[in-house]
Design a protein around this ligand. Structure first.
Ligand code: BG6
Length: 514
């Protein structure tokens, strides 16, 4: 869901810091190309890559051409579209810590404004390590390229927006510090904190499902719901990001941002409008009410794990500790599952399960809302009947769709019942391919729409939740890492974790089909 704002995407110069990195190749360049292909990219949009590597404009263009040909979700590459875009792609060499580079950039920005009519509109995209973000912002300010603008067109200067990739801080304190520094340089409406999950079609559909239909809202509360579960499971390991991941862990990498963002959308109150702040106010309220897990509670309600080596689908995969860039005695977690509560009127007493992990049995991101069971007076005592409660599953990826489990009579002369699934698969209902999350999000930045970006308070509240767990973990190193086999659903702790809910398997596993 996003505010449908009155302003549309404007022609601007997008400057990517970290232009030689993976994100530019895999996501940003293909997204800009596909927007151009769909004729959604404003005509005069210009892209400048800024980086330390010596490169000509032409070399940078060839590099992006290759990247788009390899990673675009639409194939084959439309050379005419690419050529028209490539004429507006430039490269500016400069170190991150040298004023001269930024002065050169500022000169070039002005020249291009004059030549190509970009009207002073800028998007600075920070695809760089967190440690250099602030120095880059300060240098841009010192070069006169970064100014605080309350409104997009303030004093006819054009708009200036800055996109921050995650990780946004590494705990509550660092996120607060970063936000305070940014607050000293920019207005909040100029700040776009990226969480690419919010750009996924199926994530935007959560609010549509809830608020554009009348049947869900009445049962979307503790009186009817038994638990809510959000799962982000991946089959891949850390791939070539071992160095980054080993300093991060899954709680910071996925749970603090993607999982909590999904949870807020599923559990927030209906916003008063589609305005960005109206939505983000409601999301922030959920995070405020999310019960913090501290001390002893962390041991009771949080499971962490690290994958071992093993054979998956006939292929030997390394243990996490043997991955490139990972310390051989690393204590970093690659799996987390936890139970908490949202202490507000709507959700009081409903267990909230959150789970994220790498090298699990299946790639699957989903939200499951399991409803309370029926009294067993009518059908409970029937032989062979194992009635399961209704469950609504929102499949975010990869097999996008919505399904509802319910009980049905098996046709025949006997009274036999069975759990069945009513399924709505996106793919067959809407054959057109969905846009990539980065396409949606880049377009929203160009239009100044911020509903699909995390606001300052959301990020800090999410860190507040994650930090108490991280602090407790630091006090108690895991005794048993590695503790799960690749290709499984993670560690099953010896104390039968979550046993009181008797749903451990389904808490972290896939949605059973019956
Ligand atoms: C990123 C994480 O934010 O999201 C990665 O840093 C993770 O570790 C990725 O693999 C998952 O994104 P998606 O869109 O493939 O589900």
């Amino acid at each position: 869901m996003s505010d449908t704002g009155t302003h549309d995407a404007q022609s601007c110069i997008v400057v990517i810091f970290g232009a030689s990195g993976d994100l530019t190749r895999r996501k940003l360049a293909p997204a800009l190309y596909n927007l151009a292909r769909e004729r959604l990219l404003p005509d005069r949009t210009v892209l400048i890559g800024y980086g330390r590597t010596e490169m000509t404009d032409q070399q940078f263009r060839s590099r992006l051409h290759q990247a788009v040909a390899e990673f675009s979700h639409t194939q084959p590459l439309d050379e005419a579209v690419w050529d028209s875009l490539a004429g507006r792609v430039f490269y500016q060499r400069g170190a991150y810590d040298e004023a001269a580079g930024y002065r050169g950039l500022q000169r070039r920005l002005r020249e291009l404004d004059g030549q190509l009519g970009t009207g002073g509109n800028r998007i600075f995209y920070m695809s760089i390590p967190p440690s250099v973000v602030l120095p880059v912002l300060h240098s841009l300010r010192d070069a006169g390229a970064l100014t605080r603008r309350r409104r997009c067109d303030e004093a006819g200067q054009g708009c200036l927006r800055v996109v921050f990739e995650k990780p946004f801080g590494r705990d509550l304190e660092s996120a607060r510090r970063l936000n305070a520094e940014i607050d000293g340089l920019l207005e909040e409406c100029q700040v776009f904190r990226m969480d690419h999950y919010l750009g996924k079609e199926t994530v935007q559909n959560i609010s549509v499902l809830r608020f554009a239909n009348s049947i869900f809202e009445h049962v979307w509360r503790s009186e009817s719901v038994r638990y809510v579960r959000v799962t982000v499971a991946e089959t891949i390991g850390v791939e070539d990001r071992g160095g980054y991941f080993d300093q991060t862990g899954i709680l910071r990498d996925i749970l603090q941002n993607h999982v909590l963002q999904l949870l807020t959308l599923v559990t927030m109150e209906p916003p008063a409008s589609l305005d960005a702040d109206a939505i983000r106010d409601e999301k922030a309220k959920v995070l405020r009410c999310l019960r913090r897990l501290e001390g002893e509670e962390v041991r009771r309600s949080v499971v962490r794990g690290q994958y071992d080596g093993g054979v998956v689908d006939g292929r030997e995969v390394p243990a996490y500790r043997d991955e490139p860039g990972v310390e051989p005695d690393s204590l970093t977690e690659t799996f987390v599952a936890l139970r908490t509560y949202i202490d507000n009127w709507r959700w009081a007493g409903v267990p909230i399960y959150l789970c994220a992990g790498k090298r699990l049995a299946e790639r699957l991101t989903e939200v499951a809302v399991e409803f309370k069971g029926v009294p067993r007076v009518l059908f409970g005592a029937m032989e062979g009947v194992e009635l399961r409660a209704n469950r609504l599953v929102l499949r975010i990826q990869p097999d996008e769709g919505v399904s509802l489990r319910f009980v049905s009579k098996v046709p025949g002369l006997k009274m036999e019942l069975r759990n069945v699934e009513m399924d709505f698969p996106y793919g067959s209902a809407f054959p057109a391919a969905s846009p990539e999350a980065y396409e949606r999000l880049l377009l929203d930045v160009m239009a100044g729409r911020s509903a699909l970006f995390a606001r300052r308070d959301e990020v800090e509240l999410a860190w507040e939740f994650a930090t108490t767990i991280l602090e407790q973990w630091e006090k108690e190193p895991p005794p048993d890492f590695p503790n799960y086999k690749p290709g499984t659903w993670g560690p099953i702790s010896s104390e039968a974790f979550f046993a009181e809910d008797t749903v451990y398997d389904s808490v972290v596993g896939p949605h059973p089909t019956a």
